[in-house]
Write a protein that binds this ligand. Structure first.
Ligand SMILES: Cc1cc2nc3c(=O)[nH]c(=O)nc-3n(C[C@H](O)[C@H](O)[C@H](O)COP(=O)(O)OP(=O)(O)OC[C@H]3O[C@@H](n4cnc5c(N)ncnc54)[C@H](O)[C@@H]3O)c2cc1C
Length: 61
């Protein structure tokens, strides 16, 4: 889709404040944010992504 990935672990580029990728309007949530480091993301630390994304979308309306 054109999201920038790191060379080594395919970690996608996103704004850690909003979860928005390098493509405006395209957001990431959950374990996909870890690229190959899926062990770093759990329900506990990824469910907040939804609130961050909605907050950013509402801010831009
Ligand atoms: C064995 C195991 C135990 C775990 N135990 C815990 C735990 O105790 N506590 C905890 O917090 N976390 C635990 N986790 C991690 C937790 O499961 C994940 O962090 C969480 O499921 C990530 O949610 P997600 O929505 O990002 O991704 P997933 O839950 O992986 O959801 C992604 C969805 O996208 C679908 N999909 C994939 N490709 C496509 C496509 N091209 N088109 C359409 N749909 C697609 C998949 O089928 C899947 O349904 C565990 C994980 C595993 C594997």
């Amino acid at each position: 889709m054109g999201i920038t990935l790191t060379d080594d672990k395919f970690i996608p580029h996103y704004n850690p404040e909003t979860m928005e990728t390098n493509l405006p309007g395209l957001y990431l949530a959950g374990v996909v944010c870890g690229g190959l480091d899926t062990h770093l993301w759990f329900i506990e630390n990824s469910r907040v992504n939804a609130d961050m994304i909605i907050a950013d979308i509402l801010l831009k309306r």
